[in-house]
Write a protein that binds this ligand. Structure first.
Ligand code: AP5
Ligand code: MG
Length: 213
């Protein structure tokens, strides 16, 4: 099963991706996570990408396309994959089509998680992530049992550099202007599966499973 998770910042792509990994055993390919890893390791790509990420802009298409192209040749993608946060522009989507054609793979579903902008700011400024295992939390909507500590591994929770109000509001604008056109793009290919992204995390996961079954 080859999936794309589409949706604005804070829609719950990463949250639902983790549940899909557990249930379906296919890898999550998050360009945001790959870029943050590069920033952490201070690679040249990471240092270049950080400027864009901190201001809420998109990293140039050719950079992310290169990352995804390489990742999709790894053997763990043979039984399927889930792209989280990619593609994010029409040129990225067109390039993905070419990469997949070259690998003789098809897309099965584009899960489009829909949440109104008013709800997204609060979700993002309250997000916390485990430094050690990457598990996601929210200070109000999905709090850890002990403040600042991961339930799963005890790791320290941190707040992403781009989850401040100024950067979030830019990320939401960038989504509307550059990524929203992908809804029509995938609708036109009959791949779009809209999912109401408001409600309990497990209920939303149930809606996604219904679409996939
Ligand atoms: P990326 O890391 O992809 O960030 P994003 O798209 O802005 O999305 P988020 O990760 O912020 O949101 P999410 O949908 O995963 O939400 P989550 O599940 O965590 O990209 C970061 C940056 O990297 C970009 O700005 C860009 O610079 C660059 N980049 C990445 N990919 C790129 C590309 N393809 N091209 C160019 N540049 C690229 O949930 C959010 C919070 O809400 C959590 O706290 C969670 O607990 C909570 N929550 C989840 N579900 C619910 C619910 N149902 N109710 C209440 N709270 C909920
Ligand atoms: Mg995410």
């Amino acid at each position: 099963m080859n999936l794309i998770l589409l949706g604005p910042p804070g829609a719950g792509k990463g949250t639902q991706a983790k549940k899909l990994v557990d249930s379906y055993g296919i890898p999550q390919i998050s360009t945001g996570d790959m870029l943050r890893e590069a920033v952490k390791n201070q690679t040249q790509l990471g240092m270049e990408a950080k400027k864009y990420m901190d201001s809420g802009q998109l990293v140039p298409d050719e950079v992310v396309i290169g990352l995804v192209r390489e990742r999709l040749t790894k053997p763990d993608t043979e039984k399927g994959f889930m792209l989280d946060g990619f593609p994010r522009t029409v040129p990225q989507a067109e390039e993905l089509d070419k990469v997949l054609a070259g690998l003789k793979k098809d897309l099965n579903h584009v899960i489009s998680i829909e949440v109104a902008n008013e709800e997204l700011m609060g979700r993002l400024t309250g997000r916390r992530t485990c430094k050690a295992c990457g598990s996601g939390y929210h200070v109000i909507f999905d709090p850890p049992k002990t403040e600042g500590k991961c339930d799963k591994c005890g790791g320290e929770l941190y707040q992403r550099d781009d989850d401040n109000e100024a950067t979030v509001s830019n990320r939401l604008k960038v989504y509307d202007s550059q990524t929203k056109p992908l809804i029509d793009y995938y609708q036109g290919k009959s791949l779009l599966r809209p999912i109401d992204g408001v409600g309990a995390i497990d209920d939303i996961f149930g809606r996604i499973k219904t679409v996939l079954s």
